[in-house]
Design a protein around this ligand. Structure first.
Ligand SMILES: [Zn+2]
Length: 108
């Protein structure tokens, strides 16, 4: 059990967060897994209240509302648990927890 808990923690702890270009982000996790994220896909997965209905959990943001060319303007860390992106389309309210990012990567 303890070993499993340790693994879980390592899995959502980033060792390196690297913005490779305007549209590509790479996260290397403490457990060694490397995840590559593409800006448009990340932008479409924004978890904020403007993009997801807070009550139903339903995504209200339509994928085709986001241009494939959307890029990452800026990335800031939020505490020790999340990233906040400022996108080229001006959107910047999404808080992407490391757990959420890891889940997105595993689903891809
Ligand atoms: Zn959003």
């Amino acid at each position: 059990m303890e070993r499993s808990a340790q693994f879980q923690r390592e899995a959502i702890e980033p060792r390196e967060i690297l913005q490779e270009s305007d549209t590509d982000l790479r996260i290397t996790w403490a457990d060694g897994r490397v995840c590559s994220f593409q800006a448009a896909a990340l932008r479409r997965a924004c978890p904020c209240a403007q993009c997801v209905d807070e009550w139903t959990g339903e995504r209200t943001l339509k994928p085709n509302a986001i241009a494939d060319e959307v890029s990452i303007g800026d990335i800031t860390t939020v505490g020790r648990y999340a990233l906040n992106f400022r996108w080229s389309d001006g959107h910047q309210t999404g808080i992407y927890s490391f757990k959420y990012l890891r889940d997105l990567c595993e689903q891809a």
